[in-house]
Design a protein around this ligand. Structure first.
Ligand code: NAP
Ligand code: HSE
Length: 432
Protein backbone atom coordinates (compact mmCIF):
# COMPACT_ATOMS: atom_id res chain seq x y z
CA UNK A 1 0.00 0.00 0.00
CA UNK A 2 1.20 3.55 -0.76
CA UNK A 3 2.47 5.58 2.21
CA UNK A 4 1.74 9.22 3.09
CA UNK A 5 4.22 10.65 5.57
CA UNK A 6 2.66 12.51 8.50
CA UNK A 7 4.16 14.71 11.21
CA UNK A 8 2.72 16.05 14.45
CA UNK A 9 3.93 19.37 15.82
CA UNK A 10 2.90 19.67 19.48
CA UNK A 11 2.61 16.41 21.43
CA UNK A 12 0.50 17.44 24.41
CA UNK A 13 -2.93 16.05 25.28
CA UNK A 14 -4.29 15.97 21.73
CA UNK A 15 -1.00 15.24 19.91
CA UNK A 16 -0.43 12.12 22.02
CA UNK A 17 -3.98 10.94 21.20
CA UNK A 18 -3.39 11.44 17.48
CA UNK A 19 -0.13 9.46 17.70
CA UNK A 20 -1.97 6.65 19.51
CA UNK A 21 -4.63 6.41 16.80
CA UNK A 22 -2.03 6.45 14.00
CA UNK A 23 0.22 3.89 15.68
CA UNK A 24 -2.34 1.57 17.26
CA UNK A 25 -5.02 1.69 14.55
CA UNK A 26 -3.05 2.18 11.34
CA UNK A 27 -5.19 -0.48 9.65
CA UNK A 28 -8.35 1.62 10.19
CA UNK A 29 -6.86 4.82 8.86
CA UNK A 30 -5.35 2.97 5.88
CA UNK A 31 -8.72 1.42 5.03
CA UNK A 32 -10.38 4.84 4.88
CA UNK A 33 -7.49 6.78 3.35
CA UNK A 34 -6.61 4.10 0.79
CA UNK A 35 -2.98 4.49 1.89
CA UNK A 36 -0.93 4.12 5.04
CA UNK A 37 -0.61 7.27 7.13
CA UNK A 38 2.91 6.88 8.48
CA UNK A 39 4.06 8.92 11.49
CA UNK A 40 7.54 10.17 10.55
CA UNK A 41 8.06 12.95 13.12
CA UNK A 42 6.60 14.26 16.38
CA UNK A 43 7.96 17.71 17.24
CA UNK A 44 8.07 18.93 20.86
CA UNK A 45 9.93 21.53 22.89
CA UNK A 46 11.08 19.27 25.70
CA UNK A 47 12.44 15.89 24.60
CA UNK A 48 12.52 14.59 28.19
CA UNK A 49 8.83 15.05 29.06
CA UNK A 50 6.78 11.81 29.20
CA UNK A 51 4.27 11.65 26.32
CA UNK A 52 2.05 8.77 27.43
CA UNK A 53 2.54 7.01 24.11
CA UNK A 54 5.36 4.80 22.86
CA UNK A 55 6.82 6.35 19.73
CA UNK A 56 9.05 4.44 17.30
CA UNK A 57 12.78 5.18 17.54
CA UNK A 58 13.77 8.49 15.94
CA UNK A 59 10.24 9.95 15.65
CA UNK A 60 10.43 12.37 18.61
CA UNK A 61 12.39 15.52 17.81
CA UNK A 62 12.70 19.15 18.83
CA UNK A 63 13.75 20.17 15.33
CA UNK A 64 10.92 21.44 13.10
CA UNK A 65 13.33 21.69 10.17
CA UNK A 66 13.34 17.89 9.94
CA UNK A 67 9.65 18.04 9.04
CA UNK A 68 10.12 20.89 6.56
CA UNK A 69 12.97 19.03 4.81
CA UNK A 70 11.21 15.67 4.67
CA UNK A 71 9.63 15.47 1.22
CA UNK A 72 7.75 12.30 2.09
CA UNK A 73 5.69 14.30 4.63
CA UNK A 74 2.81 15.94 2.80
CA UNK A 75 0.50 16.67 5.74
CA UNK A 76 1.31 18.01 9.19
CA UNK A 77 -0.86 18.08 12.29
CA UNK A 78 -0.23 21.35 14.09
CA UNK A 79 -1.24 21.11 17.76
CA UNK A 80 0.53 23.97 19.45
CA UNK A 81 -2.04 26.21 21.15
CA UNK A 82 -2.25 30.03 21.11
CA UNK A 83 -1.10 32.49 18.46
CA UNK A 84 2.70 32.45 18.38
CA UNK A 85 4.72 30.45 17.49
CA UNK A 86 1.70 28.48 16.16
CA UNK A 87 1.01 31.00 13.38
CA UNK A 88 4.59 31.31 12.13
CA UNK A 89 4.98 27.53 12.21
CA UNK A 90 1.75 27.04 10.26
CA UNK A 91 2.90 29.52 7.59
CA UNK A 92 6.30 27.82 7.38
CA UNK A 93 4.63 24.45 6.90
CA UNK A 94 2.27 25.75 4.19
CA UNK A 95 5.11 27.53 2.41
CA UNK A 96 7.17 24.35 2.41
CA UNK A 97 4.36 22.58 0.55
CA UNK A 98 2.60 20.78 3.42
CA UNK A 99 -1.15 20.61 3.99
CA UNK A 100 -2.03 21.37 7.61
CA UNK A 101 -4.53 19.90 10.08
CA UNK A 102 -5.13 21.83 13.29
CA UNK A 103 -7.32 22.01 16.41
CA UNK A 104 -6.18 25.53 17.28
CA UNK A 105 -9.35 27.67 17.31
CA UNK A 106 -7.65 30.65 18.94
CA UNK A 107 -5.36 30.94 15.93
CA UNK A 108 -8.14 30.41 13.37
CA UNK A 109 -10.54 32.84 15.08
CA UNK A 110 -7.85 35.51 15.12
CA UNK A 111 -6.03 34.90 11.83
CA UNK A 112 -8.13 32.32 9.96
CA UNK A 113 -9.02 34.36 6.85
CA UNK A 114 -5.38 35.41 6.37
CA UNK A 115 -4.12 31.84 6.82
CA UNK A 116 -6.83 30.37 4.55
CA UNK A 117 -6.04 32.94 1.83
CA UNK A 118 -2.34 32.14 2.05
CA UNK A 119 -3.00 28.38 1.91
CA UNK A 120 -5.19 28.89 -1.16
CA UNK A 121 -2.51 30.98 -2.90
CA UNK A 122 -0.05 28.15 -2.26
CA UNK A 123 -2.49 25.45 -3.40
CA UNK A 124 -2.54 23.94 0.07
CA UNK A 125 -5.36 23.28 2.57
CA UNK A 126 -5.98 23.74 6.27
CA UNK A 127 -8.37 21.27 7.92
CA UNK A 128 -9.83 22.28 11.28
CA UNK A 129 -12.68 19.95 12.29
CA UNK A 130 -11.21 19.52 15.79
CA UNK A 131 -11.09 23.26 16.40
CA UNK A 132 -14.83 23.40 17.21
CA UNK A 133 -16.68 21.07 19.58
CA UNK A 134 -13.90 18.42 19.78
CA UNK A 135 -15.19 15.08 18.56
CA UNK A 136 -18.47 16.35 17.05
CA UNK A 137 -18.18 16.59 13.23
CA UNK A 138 -19.79 20.02 13.11
CA UNK A 139 -17.46 21.73 10.62
CA UNK A 140 -18.05 19.05 7.97
CA UNK A 141 -21.78 18.99 8.64
CA UNK A 142 -22.26 22.74 8.31
CA UNK A 143 -20.02 23.18 5.30
CA UNK A 144 -20.95 20.00 3.43
CA UNK A 145 -24.01 18.11 4.61
CA UNK A 146 -26.17 21.18 5.28
CA UNK A 147 -24.96 23.22 2.32
CA UNK A 148 -28.40 23.21 0.64
CA UNK A 149 -29.71 25.33 3.54
CA UNK A 150 -29.70 28.89 4.64
CA UNK A 151 -28.75 28.35 8.26
CA UNK A 152 -31.14 30.36 10.43
CA UNK A 153 -29.69 29.76 13.87
CA UNK A 154 -27.01 27.91 15.81
CA UNK A 155 -27.12 27.29 19.55
CA UNK A 156 -24.18 25.53 21.04
CA UNK A 157 -22.52 24.30 24.16
CA UNK A 158 -19.02 24.73 22.80
CA UNK A 159 -16.72 24.57 25.80
CA UNK A 160 -16.23 21.23 27.52
CA UNK A 161 -14.47 22.69 30.54
CA UNK A 162 -17.32 25.11 31.30
CA UNK A 163 -19.97 22.47 30.75
CA UNK A 164 -18.09 20.10 33.05
CA UNK A 165 -17.98 22.80 35.74
CA UNK A 166 -21.61 23.98 35.50
CA UNK A 167 -22.86 20.36 35.36
CA UNK A 168 -21.04 19.57 38.63
CA UNK A 169 -22.08 22.83 40.31
CA UNK A 170 -25.67 22.08 39.33
CA UNK A 171 -25.88 18.35 40.12
CA UNK A 172 -23.49 18.08 43.08
CA UNK A 173 -23.27 21.64 44.42
CA UNK A 174 -19.52 21.28 43.70
CA UNK A 175 -17.18 24.23 44.12
CA UNK A 176 -16.12 26.13 41.02
CA UNK A 177 -12.41 26.05 41.88
CA UNK A 178 -12.13 22.31 42.63
CA UNK A 179 -14.09 21.41 39.49
CA UNK A 180 -11.88 23.58 37.30
CA UNK A 181 -8.83 21.75 38.72
CA UNK A 182 -10.44 18.42 37.84
CA UNK A 183 -11.16 19.60 34.25
CA UNK A 184 -7.50 20.59 33.93
CA UNK A 185 -6.33 17.17 35.15
CA UNK A 186 -8.61 15.46 32.64
CA UNK A 187 -7.01 17.43 29.77
CA UNK A 188 -10.13 19.44 28.89
CA UNK A 189 -8.88 22.94 29.70
CA UNK A 190 -6.67 25.20 27.61
CA UNK A 191 -3.05 25.79 28.71
CA UNK A 192 -4.48 29.05 30.13
CA UNK A 193 -7.83 27.92 31.61
CA UNK A 194 -8.87 31.56 31.92
CA UNK A 195 -9.70 31.32 28.21
CA UNK A 196 -12.24 28.58 28.94
CA UNK A 197 -14.01 30.06 31.94
CA UNK A 198 -14.20 33.66 30.68
CA UNK A 199 -16.02 32.53 27.51
CA UNK A 200 -13.13 33.31 25.12
CA UNK A 201 -12.78 29.75 23.84
CA UNK A 202 -16.52 29.34 23.13
CA UNK A 203 -16.58 32.77 21.45
CA UNK A 204 -13.66 31.87 19.19
CA UNK A 205 -15.47 28.66 18.20
CA UNK A 206 -18.68 30.61 17.54
CA UNK A 207 -16.72 32.99 15.28
CA UNK A 208 -15.43 30.01 13.25
CA UNK A 209 -18.92 28.47 12.96
CA UNK A 210 -20.42 31.84 11.99
CA UNK A 211 -17.87 32.17 9.21
CA UNK A 212 -18.86 28.73 7.88
CA UNK A 213 -22.62 29.04 8.37
CA UNK A 214 -23.27 32.71 7.59
CA UNK A 215 -20.11 33.93 5.84
CA UNK A 216 -19.63 36.37 8.72
CA UNK A 217 -15.96 37.28 8.99
CA UNK A 218 -16.46 38.48 12.50
CA UNK A 219 -13.78 39.63 14.88
CA UNK A 220 -14.34 37.23 17.80
CA UNK A 221 -13.37 39.90 20.34
CA UNK A 222 -16.37 42.00 19.27
CA UNK A 223 -18.90 39.26 20.05
CA UNK A 224 -20.62 40.03 23.39
CA UNK A 225 -19.36 37.42 25.83
CA UNK A 226 -19.52 36.48 29.46
CA UNK A 227 -18.04 33.41 31.10
CA UNK A 228 -19.06 31.29 34.07
CA UNK A 229 -16.72 32.73 36.71
CA UNK A 230 -19.34 34.88 38.47
CA UNK A 231 -22.09 32.24 38.69
CA UNK A 232 -23.30 31.61 42.23
CA UNK A 233 -24.78 28.46 43.76
CA UNK A 234 -27.94 30.41 44.70
CA UNK A 235 -28.69 30.89 40.97
CA UNK A 236 -28.30 27.16 40.30
CA UNK A 237 -30.82 26.57 43.11
CA UNK A 238 -33.30 29.11 41.72
CA UNK A 239 -32.83 27.72 38.20
CA UNK A 240 -33.68 24.22 39.47
CA UNK A 241 -36.68 25.59 41.36
CA UNK A 242 -37.93 27.24 38.15
CA UNK A 243 -37.32 24.13 36.02
CA UNK A 244 -34.13 25.23 34.23
CA UNK A 245 -30.42 24.42 34.03
CA UNK A 246 -27.66 26.99 33.62
CA UNK A 247 -25.45 26.39 30.57
CA UNK A 248 -22.81 28.46 28.79
CA UNK A 249 -24.52 29.00 25.43
CA UNK A 250 -22.99 30.29 22.20
CA UNK A 251 -25.74 31.63 20.01
CA UNK A 252 -25.92 32.88 16.41
CA UNK A 253 -29.25 33.89 14.95
CA UNK A 254 -30.28 35.54 11.69
CA UNK A 255 -32.88 38.23 12.41
CA UNK A 256 -34.47 40.97 10.29
CA UNK A 257 -31.81 43.29 11.70
CA UNK A 258 -28.90 41.00 10.76
CA UNK A 259 -26.84 38.36 12.53
CA UNK A 260 -27.00 38.37 16.34
CA UNK A 261 -24.13 36.70 18.18
CA UNK A 262 -23.83 36.13 21.92
CA UNK A 263 -21.94 33.95 24.38
CA UNK A 264 -23.16 33.87 27.96
CA UNK A 265 -24.56 31.59 30.67
CA UNK A 266 -28.27 31.10 29.98
CA UNK A 267 -31.21 29.26 31.53
CA UNK A 268 -32.27 26.26 29.44
CA UNK A 269 -35.54 24.49 30.22
CA UNK A 270 -35.09 21.02 31.75
CA UNK A 271 -36.00 18.40 29.16
CA UNK A 272 -34.76 20.42 26.15
CA UNK A 273 -31.84 18.59 24.51
CA UNK A 274 -29.28 21.32 25.33
CA UNK A 275 -30.25 21.23 29.02
CA UNK A 276 -29.42 17.52 29.18
CA UNK A 277 -25.87 17.88 27.84
CA UNK A 278 -23.56 17.08 30.78
CA UNK A 279 -19.90 16.96 31.74
CA UNK A 280 -17.33 17.53 28.98
CA UNK A 281 -19.98 16.99 26.31
CA UNK A 282 -20.73 19.67 23.73
CA UNK A 283 -23.79 20.04 21.54
CA UNK A 284 -24.87 22.17 18.62
CA UNK A 285 -28.45 22.71 17.60
CA UNK A 286 -28.69 24.02 14.03
CA UNK A 287 -31.81 25.20 12.23
CA UNK A 288 -31.69 25.25 8.41
CA UNK A 289 -34.50 26.59 6.21
CA UNK A 290 -34.87 23.27 4.34
CA UNK A 291 -33.83 20.66 6.88
CA UNK A 292 -35.37 22.27 9.98
CA UNK A 293 -33.74 21.55 13.34
CA UNK A 294 -30.73 19.21 13.58
CA UNK A 295 -28.97 18.33 16.82
CA UNK A 296 -25.35 17.19 17.27
CA UNK A 297 -23.89 15.96 20.54
CA UNK A 298 -20.60 14.41 21.64
CA UNK A 299 -17.49 14.92 23.73
CA UNK A 300 -16.23 18.42 23.08
CA UNK A 301 -12.92 18.17 24.88
CA UNK A 302 -10.44 15.49 25.86
CA UNK A 303 -7.66 13.50 24.27
CA UNK A 304 -9.32 10.78 22.22
CA UNK A 305 -12.52 12.60 21.09
CA UNK A 306 -10.38 15.46 19.77
CA UNK A 307 -7.86 13.06 18.23
CA UNK A 308 -10.80 11.37 16.47
CA UNK A 309 -11.59 14.63 14.65
CA UNK A 310 -7.93 15.34 13.87
CA UNK A 311 -7.34 11.90 12.35
CA UNK A 312 -10.55 12.17 10.29
CA UNK A 313 -9.12 15.42 8.91
CA UNK A 314 -5.84 13.65 8.11
CA UNK A 315 -7.75 11.02 6.16
CA UNK A 316 -9.86 13.71 4.41
CA UNK A 317 -6.71 15.59 3.47
CA UNK A 318 -5.11 12.41 2.13
CA UNK A 319 -8.13 11.68 -0.10
CA UNK A 320 -8.78 15.33 -1.07
CA UNK A 321 -12.05 15.88 0.81
CA UNK A 322 -10.75 18.82 2.86
CA UNK A 323 -11.02 20.91 -0.29
CA UNK A 324 -14.83 20.91 0.03
CA UNK A 325 -14.84 22.80 3.34
CA UNK A 326 -12.21 25.05 1.93
CA UNK A 327 -14.37 25.88 -1.10
CA UNK A 328 -17.22 26.97 1.24
CA UNK A 329 -14.90 29.51 2.82
CA UNK A 330 -13.72 30.70 -0.60
CA UNK A 331 -17.29 31.36 -1.78
CA UNK A 332 -17.99 33.34 1.37
CA UNK A 333 -14.76 35.27 0.97
CA UNK A 334 -16.11 36.55 -2.37
CA UNK A 335 -18.86 38.16 -0.28
CA UNK A 336 -21.86 36.27 -1.71
CA UNK A 337 -24.97 36.45 0.50
CA UNK A 338 -22.81 37.19 3.47
CA UNK A 339 -24.80 38.09 6.59
CA UNK A 340 -24.42 41.58 8.11
CA UNK A 341 -24.29 42.08 11.87
CA UNK A 342 -27.34 43.21 13.87
CA UNK A 343 -26.89 46.23 16.17
CA UNK A 344 -25.41 45.37 19.58
CA UNK A 345 -28.01 44.76 22.30
CA UNK A 346 -30.75 43.74 19.86
CA UNK A 347 -30.97 40.08 20.96
CA UNK A 348 -34.52 39.38 22.14
CA UNK A 349 -35.07 36.93 25.00
CA UNK A 350 -36.73 36.50 28.37
CA UNK A 351 -34.51 37.28 31.34
CA UNK A 352 -33.85 35.85 34.79
CA UNK A 353 -32.94 38.75 37.09
CA UNK A 354 -31.83 38.40 40.70
CA UNK A 355 -31.64 41.43 42.95
CA UNK A 356 -30.25 41.37 46.48
CA UNK A 357 -32.47 43.85 48.30
CA UNK A 358 -32.96 45.17 51.80
CA UNK A 359 -36.07 43.81 53.45
CA UNK A 360 -37.89 47.20 53.45
CA UNK A 361 -41.13 48.54 51.96
CA UNK A 362 -41.40 49.79 48.36
CA UNK A 363 -38.36 48.04 46.94
CA UNK A 364 -40.38 45.68 44.78
CA UNK A 365 -42.38 48.57 43.33
CA UNK A 366 -39.14 50.42 42.49
CA UNK A 367 -37.86 47.39 40.57
CA UNK A 368 -41.20 46.92 38.80
CA UNK A 369 -41.28 50.67 38.02
CA UNK A 370 -37.84 50.71 36.36
CA UNK A 371 -38.60 47.59 34.35
CA UNK A 372 -41.99 48.98 33.26
CA UNK A 373 -40.48 52.34 32.31
CA UNK A 374 -38.15 50.50 29.92
CA UNK A 375 -40.98 48.53 28.35
CA UNK A 376 -40.17 45.27 30.19
CA UNK A 377 -43.11 43.15 31.22
CA UNK A 378 -42.77 40.90 34.27
CA UNK A 379 -43.64 37.22 33.86
CA UNK A 380 -43.17 36.07 37.47
CA UNK A 381 -41.63 37.16 40.77
CA UNK A 382 -40.04 34.95 43.49
CA UNK A 383 -39.01 35.93 46.98
CA UNK A 384 -37.94 33.38 49.59
CA UNK A 385 -37.26 35.45 52.65
CA UNK A 386 -36.21 32.74 55.06
CA UNK A 387 -33.94 29.95 53.78
CA UNK A 388 -32.29 31.79 50.88
CA UNK A 389 -31.83 35.14 52.61
CA UNK A 390 -28.75 36.47 54.35
CA UNK A 391 -28.77 38.96 57.25
CA UNK A 392 -31.54 41.28 56.15
CA UNK A 393 -30.67 40.98 52.47
CA UNK A 394 -33.37 39.19 50.52
CA UNK A 395 -32.98 37.79 47.04
CA UNK A 396 -35.77 38.81 44.67
CA UNK A 397 -35.92 36.90 41.42
CA UNK A 398 -37.86 38.20 38.45
CA UNK A 399 -38.50 36.38 35.21
CA UNK A 400 -39.34 38.85 32.46
CA UNK A 401 -41.31 38.46 29.28
CA UNK A 402 -39.38 38.88 26.01
CA UNK A 403 -37.29 42.01 25.85
CA UNK A 404 -33.98 43.23 24.43
CA UNK A 405 -30.56 43.26 26.03
CA UNK A 406 -30.53 47.03 25.55
CA UNK A 407 -33.79 47.52 27.53
CA UNK A 408 -32.57 45.31 30.39
CA UNK A 409 -29.30 47.25 30.48
CA UNK A 410 -31.19 50.57 30.71
CA UNK A 411 -33.50 49.35 33.51
CA UNK A 412 -30.64 47.90 35.56
CA UNK A 413 -28.62 51.09 35.17
CA UNK A 414 -31.54 53.03 36.73
CA UNK A 415 -31.81 50.56 39.60
CA UNK A 416 -28.10 50.69 40.40
CA UNK A 417 -28.62 53.93 42.34
CA UNK A 418 -31.59 52.72 44.47
CA UNK A 419 -30.40 52.54 48.08
CA UNK A 420 -32.55 49.58 49.09
CA UNK A 421 -31.11 47.47 46.28
CA UNK A 422 -27.86 46.06 47.55
CA UNK A 423 -26.89 44.80 44.12
CA UNK A 424 -28.29 43.72 40.79
CA UNK A 425 -26.79 40.36 41.55
CA UNK A 426 -27.44 38.36 38.37
CA UNK A 427 -28.96 38.68 34.92
CA UNK A 428 -29.22 35.62 32.69
CA UNK A 429 -30.96 35.19 29.37
CA UNK A 430 -33.51 32.41 29.06
CA UNK A 431 -33.08 30.26 25.96
CA UNK A 432 -36.58 29.60 24.63
P1 NAP B 1 -1.10 20.98 25.33
O1 NAP B 1 -1.38 19.73 26.08
O2 NAP B 1 -0.74 22.22 26.07
O3 NAP B 1 0.04 20.63 24.26
C1 NAP B 1 0.69 21.60 23.48
C2 NAP B 1 1.96 21.00 22.93
O4 NAP B 1 2.59 21.97 22.09
C3 NAP B 1 2.96 20.59 23.97
O5 NAP B 1 3.32 19.24 23.73
C4 NAP B 1 4.17 21.50 23.73
O6 NAP B 1 5.42 20.85 23.84
C5 NAP B 1 3.99 21.84 22.27
N1 NAP B 1 4.67 23.08 21.90
C6 NAP B 1 4.45 24.32 22.37
N2 NAP B 1 5.26 25.19 21.76
C7 NAP B 1 6.03 24.46 20.90
C8 NAP B 1 7.06 24.76 19.99
N3 NAP B 1 7.50 26.02 19.84
N4 NAP B 1 7.60 23.76 19.24
C9 NAP B 1 7.15 22.49 19.39
N5 NAP B 1 6.18 22.13 20.25
C10 NAP B 1 5.63 23.11 20.98
O7 NAP B 1 -2.34 21.35 24.41
P2 NAP B 1 -3.53 20.41 23.89
O8 NAP B 1 -4.59 20.31 24.93
O9 NAP B 1 -2.99 19.19 23.27
O10 NAP B 1 -4.13 21.37 22.76
C11 NAP B 1 -3.48 21.56 21.52
C12 NAP B 1 -4.38 22.41 20.64
O11 NAP B 1 -5.62 21.74 20.46
C13 NAP B 1 -4.75 23.76 21.24
O12 NAP B 1 -4.84 24.71 20.23
C14 NAP B 1 -6.12 23.53 21.87
O13 NAP B 1 -6.90 24.68 21.91
C15 NAP B 1 -6.71 22.54 20.89
N6 NAP B 1 -7.76 21.67 21.41
C16 NAP B 1 -7.58 21.00 22.58
C17 NAP B 1 -8.56 20.14 23.03
C18 NAP B 1 -8.43 19.40 24.34
O14 NAP B 1 -9.41 18.77 24.74
N7 NAP B 1 -7.27 19.41 24.99
C19 NAP B 1 -9.72 19.95 22.27
C20 NAP B 1 -9.88 20.64 21.07
C21 NAP B 1 -8.88 21.49 20.65
P3 NAP B 1 6.04 20.37 25.24
O15 NAP B 1 5.12 19.29 25.69
O16 NAP B 1 7.39 19.87 24.92
O17 NAP B 1 5.99 21.57 26.14
N1 HSE C 1 -10.56 23.80 26.30
C1 HSE C 1 -11.50 23.38 25.33
C2 HSE C 1 -12.80 22.99 26.01
C3 HSE C 1 -10.96 22.22 24.55
O1 HSE C 1 -12.82 22.86 27.23
O2 HSE C 1 -13.81 22.86 25.31
C4 HSE C 1 -11.80 21.87 23.37
O3 HSE C 1 -11.70 22.85 22.38
Amino acid sequence: MEKTGVAIVGMGTVGAGVARLLLEHGDRTARHAGRTLWLNHAVVRDLKKPRGVELPEGVLTDDLQRVIDDESVSVVVQLIGGIEPAKSIMLRLLESGKDVVTANKALLAQHGPELFDRARELGRSIAFEASVAGGIPIVANISQCLSANQIQSLRGILNGTCNFIVSKMDAEGASYKATLGEAQKLGYAEADPGMDVDGTDATQKLAILSHLAFGARVDWSEIPRRGIGRLKSVDFRYATHLGYRIKLIALAKLTDEGLVLDVSPMLVKVGKPLAEVRDNYNAVSVVGDAVGPVFFQGQGAGQMPTASAVVADLIDTAVGRTAITFRTLELWSEGRDRAGMAPRGSLVSRYYLRFDVQDVPKVLSQIAGALGKNGISIGSVYQHDADLSDEGIVPVVIVTKETTQASVGAALAELASVEAIDSVAEQLKILD
